[in-house]
Design a protein around this ligand. Structure first.
Ligand code: G3I
Length: 360
């Protein structure tokens, strides 16, 4: 099956190769939980246990409103996954809304839930071109001021969650689709050195957390894939404390070339970098037909199979596990049905495909 791009913003058509590693020692790990589920999802029992038997951290981005208000959402989260990731509440605009104010309320809620259900936590994200508060986006900082601001933010946030976060997305999407550094407040004020600096600050603040560079659309040969390879190679060889590379995997059917994904996994694994599949979903043009749902299932099963077969792929995160809470309809007009469970938390073919791969 060949990779395809349709007329959708590039940042969405992302077939990204990932092989992930287990989390660092000394960080909360998930343990097998009872496999029953209180959701009304027949046959949805047990993904978490099945994944743990394969040594896989199976996780999902979490919607904070649903976490607070929906019992069925919380139950499914706790019984079916062993890792949680904040969809939005640890981004700058949420966690550092004013120069002198941090708000950890929602992040603490997610970390408390993970602790209660013995789940790992993936932190997202310390540096990105999006989701920045106005005061940062419009600020005029000298290089020294920007370095101090970046350092203080990372020390404060990573320090606050020290010992609770298995993996951090330290830098997210630093490059544009042509492989050049993407514009953001840090590139403007500091220059490209903000990338290794961010990793160094994060390592200083929590030496136990695995530190990731996260991006999309680097599962195929191309300028961006080559640029990311060059970037992480330089980071690694320059002594930057980077442990892994996160591949987002926002996939638009019909397909991806699984052989190329496996090859890309090896390329990065040879660098000694662990891999996480960090934001897997498959947006479908609405109304989604049965065959498109089957394509979605084939992609989910194929990518998970490729991950499990890879030398060090031990993290597979969905970007939301139910269509009830998915970013896609608000951000991609005409698309939706991107996740493995429907609005009522009933498993779709993609859920069954994940389950089949885990029991294979
Ligand atoms: O919280 C405000 C709310 O107060 C306000 O009323 C509402 C209407 O404007 O906006 C709310 O903020 C929204 C936020 O999600 C929380 O719902 C932002 O407008 C909206 O832009 C934001 O979208 C998120 C997007 O990242 C940008 O941060 C999506 O939910 C989230 O799924 C998406 O996730 C990204 C990853 O972080 C990085 N990789 C790509 C992925 C998909 O774009």
């Amino acid at each position: 099956m060949r990779a395809c791009r349709i007329g959708v913003p590039l940042w969405v058509v992302a077939a990204i190769v990932a092989t992930g590693c287990s989390s660092s020692p000394g960080v909360r790990r998930s343990v097998a939980h009872n496999t029953s589920t209180t959701s009304n999802a027949p046959g949805a029992a047990g993904l978490r246990l099945l994944a743990e038997r394969r040594g896989l951290l199976l996780g999902t981005a979490v919607n904070d409103d649903a976490l607070q208000r929906e019992v069925d959402y919380r139950d499914t989260l706790a019984t079916q996954f062993s890792m949680v990731e904040p969809e939005n509440v640890m981004k700058w605009d949420a966690i550092h809304p004013a120069p002198d104010r941090f708000d950890f309320t929602a992040g603490d809620r997610l970390v408390a839930f993970a602790r209660e259900h013995d789940m790992a936590v993936r932190g997202h994200t310390l540096v990105w071109k999006n989701a920045n508060p106005e005061w940062l986006e419009r600020g005029r900082f000298t290089r020294a001021q920007a370095i101090t601001l970046l350092r203080d933010h990372i020390y404060e946030v990573v320090g606050h969650y020290r010992g609770e976060i298995a993996q951090w997305d330290v830098v997210n999407e630093a490059l544009d689709d042509a492989g050049h550094y993407a514009d953001n407040p840090w590139l403007r004020a500091i220059g490209p050195d903000y990338v290794p600096m961010a990793f160094r600050f994060a390592h200083d603040a929590d030496p136990h957390a695995e530190l990731y560079y996260n991006d999309y659309d680097i599962g195929y040969p191309g300028r961006k894939a080559a640029a990311i390879l060059a970037l992480v190679t330089a980071l690694k060889h320059g002594g930057t404390p980077i442990d892994g590379i996160g591949m987002q995997f926002h996939l638009i059917p019909p397909a991806v070339d699984l052989r190329r994904i496996a090859e890309q996994m090896r390329t990065f694994a040879d660098l000694g970098l662990s891999y996480a599949i960090t934001e897997f979903d498959v947006p479908l043009k609405l109304p989604a037909t049965g065959s498109e749902q089957q394509m979605q299932a084939d992609l989910a099963g194929g990518v998970l199979r490729t991950c499990l077969a890879a030398p060090n792929c031990r993290t597979f995160n969905l970007w939301g596990f139910t269509d009830r809470h998915s970013w896609v309809p608000q951000h991609l007009a005409g698309y939706g049905a991107a996740t493995p469970m429907d609005m009522h938390l009933r498993p779709k073919p993609a859920w069954q495909a994940l389950r089949s791969e885990l029991t294979a």
